[in-house]
Design a protein around this ligand. Structure first.
Ligand SMILES: Cc1cc2nc3c(=O)[nH]c(=O)nc-3n(C[C@H](O)[C@H](O)[C@H](O)COP(=O)(O)OP(=O)(O)OC[C@H]3O[C@@H](n4cnc5c(N)ncnc54)[C@H](O)[C@@H]3O)c2cc1C
Length: 466
């Protein structure tokens, strides 16, 4: 049986960045990727400056620019059809973001990170189980029956992570909506080099440059929208098209005429633990939010950086994994809170959410500081839940000013915003408690006839021990 320092399960964005980071610390890393080519599902393409800086530190930004990546300078948002776009640029000192075709990006990362000294990339190797030895993960088992051992297993196998399940780290999961993807060549976005969010439809439309003269448009369609290609086309035409300015609108509709157009489901996956003895979760395997705020890969780079720092400092043992778990959630929770709140306000059409949306835009229009702080939370520059809470309270105040003459709107606003604040406080308290958690979750308990090197059952629940 082969033994290496680290096995990374999943050769996608997070897995390849992790292989680069750990190999640069002197570890021998084997990446096991289930697909021979790329994972065909649509995935994220916009990376915020913080993620780009982390890629740059690993020498991975240049290969992405060489593979067709383009610089992104911030966002432009319009509250409803026909309204002016409001510019929310990144603060200059953060640097630029990056837009790039996801498959080209993964290919470039595999080429750059997979060829580094100490990294072995094996494709077409789906992992089916982890090996549990005395309550510690000692390696993985592949579909072909091969066993591979390591001091640390890193699960980077995406939001439906099989390894996470095997470790008993069951998350809270929710299907949120569907994304219909349009690819546009030719017409430009109103603000060159900016991501755009068009609101006013049943869900937000995120449009961004991802290559020379190339624009991707992610249309967020609610779960109750009609199913099937033709009904979906009609639905987008009737309910979304008016929110997109010309000539982009016609190009978007033309792109959707092609068969088959791309699409995928969006989920939120919320985990409370991301480490067991011998294994950790990174990237979407550790959880994800709605893609509206485009933060998945920036958060994945934070995971990679924190993990590399901790194992660089403390080695591959449990102390490093505990420290990783604690630091990771500090970053992740602020992002989850912001994304949930923004998605709720940007897509709902009840009077309370409409009032909050108006208040948010008013707040942004009046103050540059407000725009900078919101962009800081959105792009992961600020990661304290209390920063989010302060900003949310200010937006509430601004929204209330706009509704005080209409008691029914004020009531609805209070109902919507107080229930959000309530959830924010709950999450902040649980984050505070998680940060103080100095133990790791244990692997699922196995049946009586326990032998060494037993694969962990896929349905077990995590049991925590003091
Ligand atoms: C519609 C949509 C739009 C998005 N837009 C953005 C955006 O603009 N910006 C952003 O930052 N994020 C965005 N995201 C999120 C982003 O795509 C993810 O955060 C990112 O892809 C996570 O990378 P990952 O490597 O953790 O997981 P994945 O990209 O899912 O990669 C997982 C890899 O593991 C492999 N794998 C799976 N199971 C196994 C197994 N058992 N054995 C071996 N290998 C396995 C897969 O083949 C794949 O290569 C978006 C997501 C969606 C759904």
């Amino acid at each position: 049986m082969t033994r290496v320092d680290v096995i990374v399960v999943g050769g996608g964005f997070a897995g390849m960045a992790c292989a680069a980071a750990l190999s640069s610390r002197g570890y021998k890393v084997t990446v096991l990727e289930s697909h021979l080519g790329h994972d065909p599902r649509f995935r994220g393409e916009l990376i915020h400056p913080r993620g780009v800086r982390a890629l740059d530190a690993l020498g991975l930004k240049a290969p992405l620019l060489a593979a067709g990546g383009v610089r992104v300078r911030g966002f432009a948002v319009s509250p409803k059809a026909g309204d002016d776009l409001l510019l929310l640029p990144y603060v200059q000192s953060w640097g630029d973001g990056l837009g790039i075709d996801h498959h080209a990006m993964v290919q470039a990362l595999r080429a750059a990170a997979g060829s580094r000294a100490g990294v072995t990339l094996r494709q077409g190797q789906p992992v089916t189980d982890v090996i549990d030895e005395d309550g510690r993960v000692a390696g993985v088992r592949l579909r072909n029956g091969e066993e591979l051992r390591a001091k640390l297993v890193v699960a980077a196998d995406g939001r439906q992570s099989r390894v996470r399940k095997a470790l008993g780290l069951e998350p809270e999961q929710k299907l949120l909506s569907y994304t219909v993807v349009a690819t546009v060549r030719g017409p430009k976005l109103p603000w060159r080099g900016f991501g755009h969010v068009f609101l006013g439809a049943p869900g937000p439309i995120l449009a961004y440059p991802y290559g020379d003269e190339l624009i991707r448009m992610c249309i967020d369609v609610p779960l109750d929208a009609p199913k099937g290609r033709e009904p979906m086309r009609r639905y987008v035409r009737e309910h979304f098209a008016d929110c997109v300015p010309q000539p982009l609108r016609d190009a978007m509709l033309e792109s959707l005429e092609q068969d088959p157009f791309e699409g995928c489901a969006t989920h939120s996956v919320y985990t409370q633990a991301c480490a067991v003895p011998g294994a950790v979760l990174i990237g979407d395997a550790g959880g994800c939010s709605h893609p509206l705020t485009a933060t998945g890969m920036t958060a994945a780079m934070n995971d990679v950086q924190v993990l590399a720092e901790e194992v660089g400092l403390r080695g591959l043992g449990e102390d490093a994994l505990k420290a990783y778990q604690r630091r990771r959630y500090r970053f992740v929770r602020a992002r989850e809170l912001f994304t949930e709140a923004l998605y709720e306000v940007f897509r709902a059409h009840d009077p309370g959410s409409e009032a909050l949306k108006a208040g948010t835009f008013d707040y942004w229009r009046r103050s540059r500081r407000a725009r900078d702080v919101s962009m800081g939370i959105l792009s992961g520059e600020h990661s304290q839940p209390r920063t989010f809470m302060t900003e949310y309270t200010r937006v509430m105040g601004r929204s209330a000013l706009g509704t005080w003459r209409e008691p029914s709107r004020t009531r609805s606003l209070l109902h919507t915003s107080l229930s959000r604040l309530n959830r924010t406080v709950e999450r902040s308290v649980s984050t505070w408690m998680e940060e103080r958690q100095v133990r790791l979750h244990r692997l699922p308990v196995k049946g009586g006839d326990e032998t060494k090197s037993t694969p962990v059952t896929l349905s077990g629940a995590a049991r925590s021990v003091a």
